[in-house]
Ligand binder design. Structure first.
Ligand SMILES: [Zn+2]
Length: 206
């Protein structure tokens, strides 16, 4: 193969640009997971990292439709999920994107990441059709914590009875309004325990 061809086809770490891999574990391991506090409806919540630096950039690019970041973000979720995975009878429930966003991006962003989690292929249930948005909600960017709570109150519905332990999964936890609202609906539908997992969280919920 010519040098040019090799350069074109050799993968490059999406984070540090090192040649040879799509993302290197040493980059991923620099992200520090933390336990979220102050989530009123959640028994325990974990964020893979803080909403800053390359992680923030990757999430924004991914949500703008750049699917190449999916494997990296899914790997991060997977490493953080291992902290929760000892619970028996787990069901993973991603926060659904709005129909509008799915149309724009071509995929449901969090469900798409969850589908790639190795734990799902090992028998943990992934349920992407139960939790749904009952009405249109305003874009949360720029809203205060109180406004977010009003925006999301009663926004989620659950189609079928839920049992056991549920892990609600989202990309970013900013104030917790989304995850708390979803957890409330899931508990009402029968979930015994609701845990939360996110790619990242803001300092507010640290
Ligand atoms: Zn790297």
């Amino acid at each position: 193969m010519s040098i040019l061809k090799q350069l074109v086809f050799t993968p490059k770490c999406l984070i540090c640009q090192r040649l040879g891999v799509e993302f290197c574990l040493s980059c991923i391991e620099k992200v520090r997971p933390f336990r979220a506090s102050d989530l009123s409806e959640i028994e325990a919540g974990f964020c893979a990292g803080e909403y800053s630096g390359w992680l923030r950039d990757c999430i924004i690019s991914y949500k703008n439709g750049e699917a190449k970041y999916a494997a990296l973000l899914s790997q991060l979720l997977s490493m953080t999920l291992e902290k929760l995975a000892s619970s028996p009878n787990l069901t993973l429930i991603p926060i659904p994107s709005s129909q509008q966003k799915i149309k724009e991006r071509g995929f449901d962003s969090v469900a798409n990441l969850c589908a790639k989690l190795p734990i799902v292929s090992k028998g943990v249930r992934l349920d992407t059709s139960n939790l749904y948005l009952r009405r249109a909600v305003a874009d949360q960017v720029g809203l205060s914590a109180a406004q977010r709570q009003v925006n999301l109150a009663g926004a989620f519905g659950v189609r079928r009875v839920v049992s056991g332990t549920v892990v609600v999964i989202d990309d970013v936890i900013t104030t917790g309004a989304t995850i708390n609202s979803a957890a409330k609906a899931l508990k009402f539908a029968g979930a015994q325990r609701v845990l939360a997992l996110a790619l990242c969280g803001t300092p507010r919920i640290r």
